[in-house]
Design a protein around this ligand. Structure first.
Ligand code: GLU
Length: 406
């Protein structure tokens, strides 16, 4: 936001000079932000492309416009800047853009350099092939074939890490270039997030096909300058509003619904991921709270769903179930049956009691017995729960989840 407030700072300086010794109330003199530069992709149909007239459009664009609006900047004051996969961190650290909304997955590695608000969208890495291709249904089928993706993406990283021995990887600057190579026959598949590939499949009906097998989970965040916690929480609030007032779903319907693409639900994690709940001091915690938090973990570990439900606030039980379903690979539509034998263990790793009747706790979920083929799919999860004491009994009243990055 350095750029945004520069106008205000100059104005303040001028007034200061004019008023000589009089110390003005700086707060009153600060002008609202006049303009903003936002980094987006220019060639990802559905998420963000440009019309013939150069106007950007897509789900990421709508998200960026909505957020800018909540920060006091109208669409006419937005400057759009291309942010290719490999350029995003540089654009943020150099201050060339105020924020980035560009299919940008939140990862631990990137969080060393930038911060994220959100997430605002969930996706998963998938494959795009030529319509007639029947031999490629999963990444394991790419044996000896050539796959294209964008440099600087998590998609490239995933292929290098998990499939380098079998797959020939070619990288380009953008996915649109990979798609051109797929159509011309230079490569056998394009890999990146399903939501991006679905846009290309829709643009080339009868020519390209989205395979429809997600093999990673990607949480898109709005990239911001590292450590700008104020902006992080203002953008997170804006995303929450976008979901709550129906704009999120409308943008999804307008831009992203494509044949064969099944969008994931809006992400349930709306947190400022740089913050964590500090482990509680057990000597000051209500012992009943501690035993209820442990019972939440124990009933879940025993798959005793009736017992689990008895600890949950009834009005939020469905929402809590939905989060667990969304994050646990064993319940995933695509791979659930193949990974049923995997086990999970939940442990309470932190409790903070805010007052006699409310508390927050973290439950770390780890997985065991994961089939090797799907090892990349299982990440530990930190569930953050709020507990409320009602009529003397502690209940779990809300839950959010966050993947623990390796
Ligand atoms: N979401 C992935 C990433 O951030 C792939 C899409 C992209 O490159 O924009 O790397």
């Amino acid at each position: 936001m350095k750029r945004v407030f520069r106008t205000g700072a100059i104005a303040t300086g001028l007034v200061l000079a004019a008023c000589a010794q009089q110390a003005p109330a700086v707060q009153e003199l600060q002008l609202p932000p006049r303009g903003m530069t936002i980094g987006i992709k220019f060639d990802q149909p559905g998420l963000s492309t440009r019309t013939a007239g150069g106007k950007p459009q897509g789900f990421d664009v709508d998200t960026a416009v909505y957020i800018a609006g909540k920060l006091g900047v109208g669409p006419e004051h937005i400057t759009w800047r291309e942010a290719r996969s490999e350029q995003r961190e540089n654009l943020l650290t150099s201050g060339a853009v105020d924020f980035v909304v560009a299919s940008y997955s939140i990862t631990a590695g990137r969080r060393q350099l930038v911060s994220f608000a959100g997430p605002y969208l969930m996706a998963g890495q998938d494959l795009l092939v030529r319509e007639g291709e029947r031999a490629i249904e999963r990444p394991e089928d790419l044996n000896g074939r050539t796959v294209c993706t964008a440099e600087g993406s998590t998609s490239a990283e995933k292929i290098r890490r998990s499939f380098a021995r079998t797959v020939k990887l070619g990288t380009r600057d953008t996915y649109a270039q990979c798609v051109a190579d797929l159509i011309s026959g230079t490569v056998d598949a394009v890999t990146t997030d399903d939501v991006i590939l679905a846009g290309f499949a829709r643009e080339h009906p009868g020519v390209l096909r989205l395979v429809g097998h997600r093999f990673t989970r990607e949480r898109y965040g709005v990239g911001i300058r590292k450590g700008d916690l104020d902006l992080q929480s203002r953008i997170t609030d804006a995303i929450r509003m976008m979901v709550d007032d129906g704009s999120w779903r409308r943008a999804m319907q307008v831009h992203l619904v494509a044949d064969g693409y099944q969008p994931l639900s809006p992400p349930t994690v709306f947190n400022a991921p740089d913050k964590a709940v500090a482990p509680g001091d057990p000597t000051t915690l209500d012992p009943e709270l501690v035993s209820t938090a442990r019972a939440v973990a124990a009933t879940s570990n025993a798959r005793d769903w009736e017992g689990f439900r008895s600890l949950v606030c009834p009005e939020n039980a469905d929402a809590i179930d939905e989060i667990v379903l969304q994050y646990t690979p064993q319940y995933d539509r695509d791979i659930g049956t193949e990974v049923k034998s995997a086990g999970f263990t939940n442990n309470v790793t932190g409790i903070t009691q805010n007052d006699p009747d409310s508390a927050t706790f973290i439950l770390r979920e780890s997985f065991t017995n994961v089939p090797e083929k799907y090892s990349h799919y299982f990440k530990d999860i930190d569930y953050t729960g709020t507990m409320v004491r009602r009529a003397g009994a502690w209940k779990l009243c809300s839950l959010t989840a966050d993947f623990v990055e390796p």
